[in-house]
Write a protein that binds this ligand. Sequence first.
Ligand SMILES: C[S@@+](CC[C@H](N)C(=O)[O-])C[C@H]1O[C@@H](n2cnc3c(N)ncnc32)[C@H](O)[C@@H]1O
Length: 259
Amino acid sequence: MAQESYQNKKNVSREEEDLEKMFWEEYAKYYKYIENSGPYRGIREKMEKLLEEKNGSIILDACCGIGSLFEAIIQKTKCAQLIAVDFNSVALKQAKEKLNLLPKEEKEKIKIMKLDLSKKLPFNDNTFDAIISNAGICYISQFENKTNGEAIRAILNELKRMLKPGGYVCWSTFISNINFKKVYLKYISEVFKQSPKALIAGLKLKKTTDHFHSKQRQELYHFLSPAEIKKVHSDVGLVDTQIEYAMAGQCIIAKAKKL
Ligand SMILES: C[S@@+](CC[C@H](N)C(=O)[O-])C[C@H]1O[C@@H](n2cnc3c(N)ncnc32)[C@H](O)[C@@H]1O
Protein backbone atom coordinates (compact mmCIF):
# COMPACT_ATOMS: atom_id res chain seq x y z
CA MET A 1 0.00 0.00 0.00
CA ALA A 2 1.42 3.40 -0.97
CA GLN A 3 0.90 4.85 2.51
CA GLU A 4 3.08 2.17 4.07
CA SER A 5 5.84 1.98 1.49
CA TYR A 6 8.18 4.01 3.72
CA GLN A 7 8.68 0.69 5.54
CA ASN A 8 10.45 -0.82 2.56
CA LYS A 9 13.82 0.89 2.30
CA LYS A 10 17.20 -0.93 2.45
CA ASN A 11 19.45 -1.76 5.45
CA VAL A 12 22.67 0.18 6.13
CA SER A 13 26.02 -1.34 7.23
CA ARG A 14 28.51 0.25 9.67
CA GLU A 15 30.93 0.72 6.75
CA GLU A 16 28.30 2.60 4.77
CA GLU A 17 27.66 4.80 7.81
CA ASP A 18 31.34 5.78 8.02
CA LEU A 19 31.48 6.45 4.30
CA GLU A 20 28.40 8.65 4.66
CA LYS A 21 30.08 10.75 7.36
CA MET A 22 33.16 11.16 5.16
CA PHE A 23 30.92 12.11 2.27
CA TRP A 24 29.25 14.92 4.27
CA GLU A 25 32.63 16.24 5.43
CA GLU A 26 33.77 16.42 1.81
CA TYR A 27 30.47 18.04 0.77
CA ALA A 28 30.85 20.69 3.47
CA LYS A 29 34.09 21.91 1.84
CA TYR A 30 32.11 23.07 -1.20
CA TYR A 31 28.68 23.78 0.26
CA LYS A 32 29.37 27.49 0.69
CA TYR A 33 29.49 27.84 -3.10
CA ILE A 34 25.96 26.55 -3.50
CA GLU A 35 24.19 27.74 -0.36
CA ASN A 36 22.98 30.90 -2.09
CA SER A 37 22.25 29.40 -5.49
CA GLY A 38 18.65 29.52 -6.73
CA PRO A 39 17.49 25.98 -5.83
CA TYR A 40 18.80 26.09 -2.24
CA ARG A 41 17.75 29.68 -1.60
CA GLY A 42 14.23 28.80 -2.78
CA ILE A 43 13.88 25.96 -0.23
CA ARG A 44 15.20 28.10 2.61
CA GLU A 45 12.86 30.98 1.78
CA LYS A 46 9.83 28.66 1.82
CA MET A 47 10.93 27.16 5.15
CA GLU A 48 11.49 30.58 6.65
CA LYS A 49 7.89 31.50 5.85
CA LEU A 50 6.69 28.53 7.93
CA LEU A 51 8.61 29.58 11.05
CA GLU A 52 6.54 31.12 13.80
CA GLU A 53 7.40 34.17 15.84
CA LYS A 54 7.53 33.36 19.54
CA ASN A 55 9.46 35.52 21.93
CA GLY A 56 11.69 33.53 24.25
CA SER A 57 11.34 30.28 22.31
CA ILE A 58 14.02 27.58 22.11
CA ILE A 59 14.70 26.15 18.65
CA LEU A 60 16.69 23.16 17.42
CA ASP A 61 18.32 23.30 13.97
CA ALA A 62 18.87 19.58 13.29
CA CYS A 63 21.63 18.93 10.70
CA CYS A 64 22.50 22.64 10.62
CA GLY A 65 25.41 22.24 8.18
CA ILE A 66 27.33 25.51 7.76
CA GLY A 67 24.56 27.50 9.46
CA SER A 68 22.72 28.74 6.38
CA LEU A 69 19.48 29.13 8.36
CA PHE A 70 20.85 30.75 11.54
CA GLU A 71 20.09 34.37 10.70
CA ALA A 72 16.61 33.67 9.36
CA ILE A 73 15.66 31.52 12.37
CA ILE A 74 16.83 34.11 14.87
CA GLN A 75 15.18 37.02 13.07
CA LYS A 76 11.90 35.33 12.14
CA THR A 77 11.22 33.46 15.40
CA LYS A 78 12.62 36.03 17.87
CA CYS A 79 13.81 32.99 19.84
CA ALA A 80 15.82 33.20 23.03
CA GLN A 81 18.06 30.30 22.04
CA LEU A 82 18.96 28.37 18.91
CA ILE A 83 20.73 25.06 19.39
CA ALA A 84 22.35 23.94 16.14
CA VAL A 85 23.59 20.38 15.74
CA ASP A 86 25.38 18.39 13.06
CA PHE A 87 27.87 15.48 13.14
CA ASN A 88 30.16 17.11 10.65
CA SER A 89 33.25 18.94 11.99
CA VAL A 90 34.06 20.51 8.63
CA ALA A 91 30.57 22.06 8.41
CA LEU A 92 30.49 23.09 12.07
CA LYS A 93 33.80 24.95 11.75
CA GLN A 94 32.22 27.11 9.04
CA ALA A 95 29.03 27.50 11.07
CA LYS A 96 31.14 28.88 13.94
CA GLU A 97 32.87 31.29 11.57
CA LYS A 98 29.43 32.43 10.40
CA LEU A 99 28.49 33.25 14.00
CA ASN A 100 31.28 35.81 14.11
CA LEU A 101 29.60 37.75 11.29
CA LEU A 102 26.36 38.14 13.26
CA PRO A 103 25.54 41.00 15.65
CA LYS A 104 26.60 40.16 19.23
CA GLU A 105 23.03 39.79 20.54
CA GLU A 106 22.21 37.25 17.76
CA LYS A 107 25.50 35.40 18.12
CA GLU A 108 24.96 34.95 21.86
CA LYS A 109 21.69 33.12 21.27
CA ILE A 110 23.28 30.35 19.17
CA LYS A 111 24.88 27.26 20.62
CA ILE A 112 26.57 24.84 18.20
CA MET A 113 26.99 21.19 19.17
CA LYS A 114 28.53 18.21 17.40
CA LEU A 115 25.87 15.49 17.60
CA ASP A 116 24.81 12.55 15.49
CA LEU A 117 21.09 12.55 14.67
CA SER A 118 21.16 8.82 14.05
CA LYS A 119 21.30 8.41 17.83
CA LYS A 120 19.19 9.56 20.76
CA LEU A 121 20.00 13.20 21.49
CA PRO A 122 21.04 14.47 24.95
CA PHE A 123 18.06 16.80 25.40
CA ASN A 124 15.20 16.32 27.85
CA ASP A 125 11.63 15.62 26.76
CA ASN A 126 9.62 18.79 25.97
CA THR A 127 12.67 21.04 25.45
CA PHE A 128 12.05 22.80 22.14
CA ASP A 129 9.32 25.07 20.78
CA ALA A 130 10.35 24.19 17.23
CA ILE A 131 12.68 21.77 15.47
CA ILE A 132 13.85 22.61 11.99
CA SER A 133 15.71 20.29 9.64
CA ASN A 134 16.34 21.54 6.13
CA ALA A 135 17.56 18.75 3.83
CA GLY A 136 18.85 16.98 6.93
CA ILE A 137 16.92 14.09 8.46
CA CYS A 138 15.75 12.87 5.05
CA TYR A 139 19.35 11.77 4.39
CA ILE A 140 19.86 9.80 7.63
CA SER A 141 19.63 6.10 6.86
CA GLN A 142 19.33 4.70 10.38
CA PHE A 143 18.48 5.49 13.98
CA GLU A 144 20.02 3.47 16.85
CA ASN A 145 19.39 -0.14 15.77
CA LYS A 146 16.58 0.77 13.41
CA THR A 147 17.12 0.72 9.68
CA ASN A 148 14.81 0.30 6.72
CA GLY A 149 11.84 2.68 6.78
CA GLU A 150 11.73 2.28 10.57
CA ALA A 151 14.57 4.78 10.82
CA ILE A 152 12.69 7.88 9.69
CA ARG A 153 9.81 7.00 12.02
CA ALA A 154 12.30 6.63 14.90
CA ILE A 155 14.00 9.92 14.03
CA LEU A 156 10.69 11.79 13.93
CA ASN A 157 9.65 10.10 17.15
CA GLU A 158 12.85 11.37 18.76
CA LEU A 159 12.17 14.90 17.48
CA LYS A 160 8.64 14.70 18.85
CA ARG A 161 9.95 13.59 22.24
CA MET A 162 12.07 16.73 22.46
CA LEU A 163 9.27 19.08 21.34
CA LYS A 164 7.16 20.89 23.90
CA PRO A 165 3.41 20.28 23.62
CA GLY A 166 2.19 22.80 21.04
CA GLY A 167 5.66 22.86 19.45
CA TYR A 168 6.22 22.03 15.80
CA VAL A 169 8.66 20.28 13.51
CA CYS A 170 9.45 21.69 10.07
CA TRP A 171 11.60 19.53 7.78
CA SER A 172 12.34 19.29 4.11
CA THR A 173 12.84 16.30 1.87
CA PHE A 174 12.71 15.58 -1.88
CA ILE A 175 10.32 13.82 -4.19
CA SER A 176 11.29 10.17 -4.53
CA ASN A 177 12.23 10.42 -8.20
CA ILE A 178 14.14 13.69 -7.94
CA ASN A 179 16.77 14.04 -10.62
CA PHE A 180 19.86 15.29 -8.73
CA LYS A 181 21.79 15.59 -11.98
CA LYS A 182 19.25 18.13 -13.27
CA VAL A 183 19.38 20.03 -9.97
CA TYR A 184 23.18 20.13 -10.28
CA LEU A 185 22.94 21.66 -13.75
CA LYS A 186 20.62 24.35 -12.35
CA TYR A 187 22.93 25.55 -9.59
CA ILE A 188 26.25 24.92 -11.25
CA SER A 189 25.97 27.81 -13.72
CA GLU A 190 25.61 30.16 -10.73
CA VAL A 191 28.57 28.53 -8.96
CA PHE A 192 30.86 28.89 -11.97
CA LYS A 193 30.27 32.65 -12.09
CA GLN A 194 31.59 33.21 -8.55
CA SER A 195 35.40 32.82 -8.82
CA PRO A 196 38.15 30.53 -10.19
CA LYS A 197 38.03 28.65 -6.85
CA ALA A 198 34.33 28.10 -7.37
CA LEU A 199 35.13 26.47 -10.70
CA ILE A 200 37.07 23.72 -8.89
CA ALA A 201 34.30 23.47 -6.28
CA GLY A 202 31.78 23.04 -9.09
CA LEU A 203 33.66 20.07 -10.46
CA LYS A 204 33.98 18.49 -6.99
CA LEU A 205 30.25 19.01 -6.48
CA LYS A 206 29.63 16.91 -9.56
CA LYS A 207 31.05 13.95 -7.60
CA THR A 208 28.76 14.63 -4.64
CA THR A 209 25.81 14.78 -7.03
CA ASP A 210 26.73 11.32 -8.31
CA HIS A 211 26.77 10.09 -4.69
CA PHE A 212 23.26 11.50 -4.04
CA HIS A 213 22.06 9.97 -7.27
CA SER A 214 23.43 6.52 -6.46
CA LYS A 215 22.15 6.44 -2.86
CA GLN A 216 18.74 7.57 -4.01
CA ARG A 217 18.70 4.72 -6.56
CA GLN A 218 19.50 2.29 -3.73
CA GLU A 219 16.57 3.73 -1.76
CA LEU A 220 18.84 4.66 1.15
CA TYR A 221 17.24 8.05 1.68
CA HIS A 222 13.85 8.82 3.21
CA PHE A 223 12.30 10.65 0.30
CA LEU A 224 8.69 10.12 1.31
CA SER A 225 5.57 11.13 -0.58
CA PRO A 226 3.16 13.57 1.12
CA ALA A 227 0.90 10.60 1.97
CA GLU A 228 3.83 8.74 3.55
CA ILE A 229 4.84 11.85 5.49
CA LYS A 230 1.31 12.21 6.87
CA LYS A 231 1.31 8.53 7.83
CA VAL A 232 4.67 8.61 9.60
CA HIS A 233 3.73 11.85 11.39
CA SER A 234 0.52 10.28 12.58
CA ASP A 235 2.41 7.10 13.66
CA VAL A 236 4.56 9.16 16.02
CA GLY A 237 1.78 11.49 17.18
CA LEU A 238 2.49 14.61 15.13
CA VAL A 239 -0.70 16.28 13.91
CA ASP A 240 -1.95 18.95 11.49
CA THR A 241 0.58 18.08 8.79
CA GLN A 242 1.05 20.90 6.34
CA ILE A 243 2.84 20.24 3.04
CA GLU A 244 4.51 22.86 0.83
CA TYR A 245 6.62 22.48 -2.30
CA ALA A 246 9.82 24.25 -3.32
CA MET A 247 12.46 23.90 -6.07
CA ALA A 248 9.90 23.66 -8.86
CA GLY A 249 8.02 20.89 -7.08
CA GLN A 250 11.13 18.73 -6.43
CA CYS A 251 11.39 19.54 -2.71
CA ILE A 252 8.70 18.85 -0.12
CA ILE A 253 8.52 20.86 3.09
CA ALA A 254 6.51 19.32 5.92
CA LYS A 255 5.35 20.97 9.10
CA ALA A 256 3.43 19.28 11.93
CA LYS A 257 2.58 19.91 15.56
CA LYS A 258 2.84 18.01 18.82
CA LEU A 259 -0.40 18.23 20.77
C1 LIG B 1 22.37 19.15 2.63
S1 LIG B 1 23.12 19.55 4.15
C2 LIG B 1 21.93 20.70 4.79
C3 LIG B 1 22.53 21.64 5.81
C4 LIG B 1 21.59 22.73 6.37
N1 LIG B 1 20.45 22.17 7.05
C5 LIG B 1 21.14 23.72 5.32
O1 LIG B 1 19.96 24.02 5.24
O2 LIG B 1 22.00 24.26 4.61
C6 LIG B 1 22.84 18.12 5.15
C7 LIG B 1 23.55 18.16 6.51
O3 LIG B 1 23.11 17.01 7.27
C8 LIG B 1 24.21 16.59 8.07
N2 LIG B 1 23.97 15.21 8.51
C9 LIG B 1 23.79 14.11 7.73
N3 LIG B 1 23.64 13.02 8.50
C10 LIG B 1 23.71 13.43 9.80
C11 LIG B 1 23.63 12.77 11.07
N4 LIG B 1 23.47 11.45 11.15
N5 LIG B 1 23.73 13.52 12.18
C12 LIG B 1 23.94 14.85 12.12
N6 LIG B 1 24.03 15.53 10.95
C13 LIG B 1 23.93 14.83 9.81
C14 LIG B 1 25.40 16.74 7.14
O4 LIG B 1 26.61 16.77 7.84
C15 LIG B 1 25.07 18.06 6.43
O5 LIG B 1 25.66 19.14 7.11
